[in-house]
Design a protein. Structure first.
Length: 437
């Protein structure tokens, strides 16, 4: 089993280790630690290709707290970026949901647009770059064909006007182009504010841009479909929407609010499965309760239960990843061993000579965790990752300390340790049930 010897930049090393130690997923460098999930990744690649070919996709990534949902979603996000998709992502929260009447859906849309990323701007904030690319291409086409730029802009945006809310969307993009031609930075900023759903009143938007409407709760999904069409016009292959912490919908106390949000999910699901949407994909990350709870989960909504039910033939170790639901399988002991090797390699900056522990320490660490907490450390690899990074940190800061003496000091610090895995839940976030050394 060979170990990568590629050097890892100190900045990347620190970012990866700090994020994983805090129980969150790093935005960069996932390729240095990714293990397993081969078939699931292959499905994501197929989905991305389907989106690029003008289709649509929807997936529910289901796993226990700490099982790697967010990691997998970020990995899918990177796949989308590499395949020339525009990616938007956000976590659902009490003030951000798919359907609402008090601005929560608009807040979610605004968060998605603020996080809009492309391959050249993977950290987000790429909305202006996408619009500028559209305008730049319009200038090139106009010059090559001998036409006016305004004519090319209107011609390219014309298909959007046939969609719901398309007229205002194209009007704002035209205003951006006009402001760009005039060197009017305030006009460009106003157009971007509108596209990011940052206008809360129609009066304010009309004064700034002369449009009749704004992006609000009721038009959340319609504008995502418009955005998908626009990014294709701008030269990208489609739009991938990544939404994590869907458990926040499960936690809604109002039956009416939950039903309205599940109705929105059903609408998205039907569009994707029936071919009514184009160049757009959705990834929803949630817990088994969010999916299967018969009182409050998606299964409480009969139309969703029938569409998301498991394949009855996928039993006895057989899996079916072709449906909308992907259940993240447990890592095998071999996968976890490779993961620990990868973490050791990141900690060493890609230099095997700087490895903090030998191979035998990896097996000893796994054996120790297995004795202390059973197979939960396979189901919730995040806990094991954090514990191992803590071990490496202590060894790094205390040179000469034998790793054998430290393993006996690992203790579970979470107040919740059950046979279902070691989990901590706070405010709907995928919290870390950490280990301490």
């Amino acid at each position: 089993m060979s170990e990568s010897t590629a050097k890892i930049k100190p900045k990347d090393r620190d970012a990866i280790l700090q994020a994983l130690r805090a129980g969150v997923v790093p935005r960069l460098g996932l390729q240095h630690v990714q293990v397993g999930r081969i078939r699931e990744v292959e499905e994501m690649i197929r989905d991305v290709e389907r989106i690029a070919q003008g289709g649509a996709s929807i997936r529910f990534i289901i796993g226990e707290y700490g099982a790697g949902k967010t990691f997998f979603l970020n990995l899918a996000r990177l796949i989308g970026l590499e395949k020339k998709l525009v990616v938007v992502g956000a976590d659902l929260a009490p003030d951000r949901r798919l359907h609402a009447s008090g601005g929560q859906a608009r807040n979610l849309y605004a968060e998605l647009l603020r996080n809009l990323a492309t391959r050249t701007k993977p950290e987000g904030g790429a909305l202006a770059s996408v619009v500028e690319r559209f305008i730049g291409d319009a200038h090139k086409t106009a010059k090559a064909s001998g036409r006016e730029v305004e004519e090319v802009v209107h011609q390219r945006l014309a298909p959007l006007e046939d969609l719901v809310s398309g007229f205002d969307f194209t009007t704002v993009l035209t205003r951006y182009w006009q402001a760009s031609e005039e060197g009017n930075d305030a006009g460009k900023a106003a157009a971007l504010r509108w596209l990011r759903a940052e206008y809360s009143t129609r009066t304010e938007a009309r004064q700034a841009l002369g449009v009749r409407d704004i992006i609000d709760d009721a038009s959340f999904y319609d504008y995502l479909k418009l955005l998908a069409k626009f990014v294709v016009i701008a030269g990208y292959d489609g739009l991938l929407v990544v939404l994590d912490e869907m458990v926040n919908l499960y936690k809604l106390t109002s039956v009416q609010a939950r039903s309205a949000n599940y109705e929105q999910i059903l609408r998205i699901l039907n569009d994707a499965l029936q071919g009514s949407a184009a160049n757009i994909g959705f990834l929803f990350g949630g817990t088994p309760e969010f999916l299967m709870d018969p009182r409050r989960g998606l299964y409480s909504y009969p139309a969703l239960q029938s569409r998301l039910a498991e394949n009855s033939f996928a039993q006895g170790g057989l899996v079916d990843l072709s449906g909308p639901v992907i259940r993240l399988q447990n890592l095998t002991p071999e996968d976890l061993y490779v993961l620990l090797r990868n973490l050791r390699n990141v900690h060493a900056g890609g230099d095997p000579a700087r490895n903090a522990v030998p191979d035998e320490a990896l097996g000893a660490f796994m054996e120790h965790c297995g004795k202390r907490i059973g197979d939960a450390y396979f189901r919730t690899p995040r806990n094991s990752v954090t514990a191992f990074i803590n071990l490496l940190a202590v060894l790094e800061q205390n040179p000469g300390t034998p790793w054998q003496t430290l393993l006996g000091g690992i203790a579970v610090s979470s107040e919740t340790a059950t046979s279902e895995g070691i989990v901590t839940e706070a405010d709907g976030d995928d919290e870390l049930a950490s280990f301490t050394l």
